[in-house]
Write a protein of this length. Structure first.
Ligand code: NAD
Ligand code: ZN
Length: 369
């Protein structure tokens, strides 16, 4: 039996199921939370040949009517308005109605696109997340943020649309490239630093997670989702200025700047940028006197042990301090034009701050770069 945890959002709450072998049982697991046994599946062309047959069998065994299976090209470029329109036209022409569930089978790209399609098709139809990357299992499939990219920036058109259920089948991760698995692990480490006990577990078992060991993966996904579910339940729409979902941005102010500078060209994956960002956030916290030097040392050593870049110098390209500062000054999560950072006193004791002097950040980047 899979591990089960609940995202507490009142009558819109839902369960996250974690464990091996869930695709084959998908119909029986999701049927009870849906209004009808009718579904369309959205996936990508890399995931479809690997995992769609098992999901199809698992749905048909429970009497599901599969109206359509749509595979978009893999990659961030599919989070796009014209792709969204094409998906909507296809599923509506195949007979989607208000009781039909949209099922996302894939990574965060598929999840964000399918979730947005489910949010806007007929003003909202039931949505099911079946994440197949570690990043999607520990992060993007829980929390209800959906959307596509605009020229003005990533994720700037979207909707909050919570899934009815999340099935995190850890077996699907066996086909994930090792680099993608490691990148997803950066978000587990982030959740560990936010939560505390999970960080200690990570230091013990993180290398087993990135090696793809089943029991370690299940624990990492379950405990990551538990942390994220608690944060989301307390601040569903990221309305809290101080804590809440804003804390999930640990490592991301730096990470987004590195990612944007690398222009999403594939040289730096999101999780790799976040890993470096976690090291920088810990280093900044120590420089500002919020924690001892022990913390940046531990964070950097652990991420490196898991095969992740943990310092700017580990990345395959160079960045100027001016370019990174410019990116951070424009971060969409800033308030009143001030850069916002998530800082740490210790694992399990993080906080947001808009009062970090720009000089401290510049000095850190100069010393690190
Ligand atoms: P992704 O969906 O592009 O997947 C990465 C690659 O792995 C793709 O090439 C995909 O085809 C392949 N793949 C997926 N599952 C596989 C499997 N089981 N076996 C083999 N290959 C597989 O990227 P991602 O890292 O999963 O997600 C990144 C996206 O998630 C970004 O667009 C980001 O904005 C979004 N995101 C959303 C949220 C949210 O809260 N909604 C949070 C974090 C990130
Ligand atoms: Zn992230």
């Amino acid at each position: 039996t899979p591990q089960r945890l609940s995202v507490g959002l009142g009558d819109r709450g839902y369960d996250v199921l974690v464990g091996p072998g869930l695709l084959a049982r998908a119909g029986g697991l999701i049927g009870p939370v849906l209004p009808a046994r009718k579904a369309v599946v959205l996936t990508d062309a890399s995931v479809a040949p690997l995992h769609l047959p098992a999901l199809r069998a698992g749905l048909e065994a429970a009497g599901f009517d599969m109206l359509a299976e749509v595979a978009v090209p893999p990659g961030e470029a599919s989070k796009d308005f014209s792709r969204l329109q094409e998906v909507l036209e296809t599923v509506l022409s195949e007979g989607l109605d208000r009781r039909t569930a949209v099922i996302a089978l894939g990574g965060g790209v598929v999840g964000d696109l399918a979730g947005f399609a489910a949010a806007v098709a007929m003003r909202g139809v039931p949505f099911v997340q079946i994440p197949t990357t570690l990043l999607a299992q520990v992060d993007s499939s829980v929390g209800g943020k959906t959307g596509v990219n605009l020229r003005a920036g990533k994720n700037l058109a979207g909707a909050f649309h919570q899934p009815r259920i999340v099935l995190a089948d850890t077996d699907t991760l066996a086909t994930l490239p090792a680099r993608e698995l490691r990148a997803g692990y950066a978000e587990v480490a982030k959740h560990g630093l936010l939560q505390g006990a999970l960080w200690n577990w990570c230091e013990q078992h993180g290398t087993a997670v990135v090696a793809g060991e089943s029991a370690a993966l299940t624990h990492a996904v379950l405990e990551s989702c538990r942390l994220k579910a608690a944060v989301v339940a307390a601040d569903e729409r990221e309305e809290s200025a101080e804590g809440g979902r804003a804390l999930l941005n640990l490592g991301h102010t730096f990470g987004h700047a590195l990612e944007a500078e690398a222009r999403f060209d594939g040289t730096v994956l999101h999780g790799e940028a976040v890993a470096v960002g976690l090291g920088l956030a810990a280093s900044l916290s120590a420089r500002l006197g919020h924690c001892s030097q022990e913390w940046p040392s531990r964070v950097i050593a652990h991420l490196a042990a898991c095969g992740l870049p943990s310092r700017i110098a580990d990345l395959p390209r160079r960045f100027t301090v001016e370019a990174l500062m410019g990116r951070m000054a424009k971060d969409k999560k800033n308030r009143d034009g001030k850069m916002r950072f998530v800082l740490m006193r210790a694992a399990g004791d993080c906080f947001t701050s808009s009062e970090v002097p720009a000089e401290a950040v510049t000095a850190l980047l100069r010393d690190e770069g």
